[in-house]
Design a protein around this ligand. Structure first.
Ligand code: LLP
Length: 434
């Protein structure tokens, strides 16, 4: 987060709250999320995109508190599952500011979205058109957006690039698939085609690919007008805006992107004699990524001459699979004490039973890091807890919010009892001791 301060005793303070004290109170691993940072980013987005709907992509990180914060900051919420919808419903998030995404939405979840009154469902396949139309009614048609594949290849990890024709998302403009699905929607009185959506990928650091996708989308809006005589009023350009995950990393400045996107869409629409649509953007990581820090405790240190040093902590790929999955790099530092020991490279590994369980390759950490020390990993607000698993039957860590100089528990630690509670064949009277 922005307002981090290192105190003279080596503590990391976030918005005036001590990381070491929070780790002491709630145990480790612990995820800390700065409410201030989240709210500041929401405000920066609203200022950068005047007249544009900003929908927070809940998949990055969601709990009821997060839903409340983004609601209070005037954002909409982009959902991608019935579980996320349940969180939104639990806090009474206004349905007119909810969108539902997904390349394969289970019928049950479509029905739940319908009964919750979700404003827009983003159609991602022909199969979905009839499925949704059957749930909706002629008298109150479901508003839908059509997810198109703009055919843009942005530079990012291939697992999170979604703009090309060779991945599963969206409907191809090039093959005519998108126009065919649009036509089918236009023929269903239970559905209202409100606009077009595209999302080209995640952690994209330059404006170029977003501008190219926006131009393709506007061209498609004009194709729809020419072929079917409809002028659609909405254009959702997705998320994917990069944040700096390490010092010196490149971030995409929302103000720059906002200015360029608005200018590009306006010019492209003027050229094609189309009215300016209402725009939506869906940042996830850019809102919450740098709001989060994970604190771990060191459990073991191994030094192998010529092979380097392994520092093992009490979490790992179950609470942050990003380094293992995408080769992601996160800043990492010793917290809670000072040292004069010089920095020396180390591999920070987790406690899980596989060699790929690495949190940081070549981290520069003091030479005297030892068991009991605390390590803080930065930029873990997005896609860490959201992607956490219970691998090795390790419970997921708690989340504490930092606000007004103190930490407050938002989500408690998952206990072994929680894990066992799902085991329906467990019967205390039939254990093996008797
Ligand atoms: N809109 C749609 C339709 C999306 O699929 C996504 C992300 C977003 C918005 C928000 O993207 P963001 O602004 O957060 O980049 N697990 C990966 C990231 C997967 C992104 C999936 N979709 C990671 O940890 O890097």
């Amino acid at each position: 987060p922005d307002r981090t301060v290192w105190t003279s005793d080596g503590d990391l303070q976030i918005d005036g709250a001590s990381t070491a004290a929070a780790a002491h109170t709630y145990g480790t691993p612990l995820i800390l999320v700065s409410e201030r940072h989240v709210r500041d980013r929401c405000r920066a987005y609203r200022a950068a995109f005047p007249g544009t709907e900003v929908a927070y992509a809940a998949k990055a990180f969601l709990c009821t508190a997060m839903a409340r914060w983004v609601h209070e900051e005037g954002l909409s919420l982009d959902l991608c599952s019935g579980g996320e919808l349940a969180v939104a419903t639990a806090v009474g998030f206004p349905a007119e500011r909810l969108l539902l995404h997904g390349n394969a939405k289970p019928p049950r979840e479509l029905a739940a979205a319908r009964s919750a009154g979700v404003d827009r469902v983003v159609i991602d396949s022909m199969c979905e058109v009839n499925r949704l139309a059957v749930l909706a009614k002629r008298r109150s048609p479901q508003r839908v957006l059509l997810r198109i594949t703009p055919g843009i290849r942005a530079r990012t990890h291939k697992a999170i690039a979604t703009g090309g024709e060779d991945q599963k998302f969206g409907l191809s403009i090039a093959t005519g698939e998108a126009a065919a699905v649009a036509e089918r929607i236009l023929h269903r009185p239970e559905l209202t085609l409100a606009g077009v959506h595209c999302h080209i990928g995640s952690q994209i650091a330059t404006t170029g690919p977003f501008l190219a996708a926006a131009r393709r989308a506007v061209a498609f809006l004009s194709e729809l007008r020419d072929r079917f005589g409809v002028t659609l009023g909405e254009l959702d350009l997705g998320g994917g805006h990069a944040v700096a995950t390490v010092r010196g990393g490149t971030a995409l400045d929302p103000a720059l992107l906002g200015a360029r996107l608005l200018t590009t869409v306006r010019a492209e629409c003027a050229d094609r004699d189309l009215p300016m649509p209402r725009l939506t953007v869906e940042p996830g990581r850019a809102i919450v990524g740098n709001a989060g820090v994970t604190v771990y405790r060191v459990l073991a240190v191994k030094s192998r001459p010529g092979r380097g040093r392994f520092i093992a902590v009490d979490g790992g790929m179950s609470d942050n699979p990003r380094p293992a999955l995408y080769g992601a790099r996160h800043e990492i530092a010793l917290v809670g004490r000072t040292t004069k020991a010089p920095p020396r490279p180390a591999t920070v590994v987790g406690r899980h039973c596989e060699a790929g369980d690495v949190l940081a390759h070549r981290a520069d950490l003091p030479d005297d890091v030892h068991p009991g020390d605390l390590l803080a990993v930065a930029c873990t607000g997005a896609y860490t807890h959201a992607m956490a698993s219970t691998y090795n039957m390790v419970g997921r860590p708690p989340i504490a919010a930092i606000a007004s100089g103190r930490a407050r528990l938002l989500v408690r630690r998952e206990t072994e009892a929680d894990l066992l509670a799902r085991d329906m064949a467990h019967d205390k009277d039939r254990d093996m001791t008797g």
